[in-house]
Design a protein around this ligand. Structure first.
Ligand code: ZN
Ligand code: ZN
Length: 131
């Protein structure tokens, strides 16, 4: 089992098996949701995932999109969307051991902040990976 939790520990999650992908997202919505210059995600199949502890609150950031966060401390926890049916995208820094996270690519680099300087050689996609 891979586990994760919010800042206060009230909201937590776990999944079994391997994530389907791991990446950075530079889109404005993710950035604002986390108030961070870039956000890291792991994709997990809903069938292998469950919330443990408190059920997170949900904010609908755009049509068909849910952003889950801890009601107690406000930590952003996950993204779920109608256009990614059967998956949940976890904010990777909520991992119990975020050091073990290995992002494989960048998405929405068309919106990347100019003052954020990245030295990795990972593939970069201007929009989403499937655009
Ligand atoms: Zn919390
Ligand atoms: Zn995003």
């Amino acid at each position: 089992m891979t586990k994760g939790h919010c800042l206060c520990g009230a909201t937590s999650w776990e999944y079994s098996g391997e994530p389907t992908w791991a990446c950075y997202c530079h889109c404005d919505d993710c950035r604002r949701n986390c108030s961070a210059p870039v956000v890291a995600f792991i994709g997990v199949l809903l069938d292998h995932f469950e919330w443990t502890g408190d059920t997170p609150k949900v904010y609908h950031s755009s049509k068909g999109v849910e952003r889950h966060f801890c009601e107690t401390c406000g930590t952003p926890m996950a993204f779920q969307a109608e256009h990614y049916a059967g998956e949940i995208h976890l904010y990777a820094t909520s991992l119990e051991h975020p050091q073990e996270f290995e992002p494989k690519f960048h998405v929405h680099t068309g919106e990347k902040l100019d003052w954020l300087h990245l030295r990795d050689d990972l593939p970069r996609y201007t929009g989403s990976k499937t655009d």
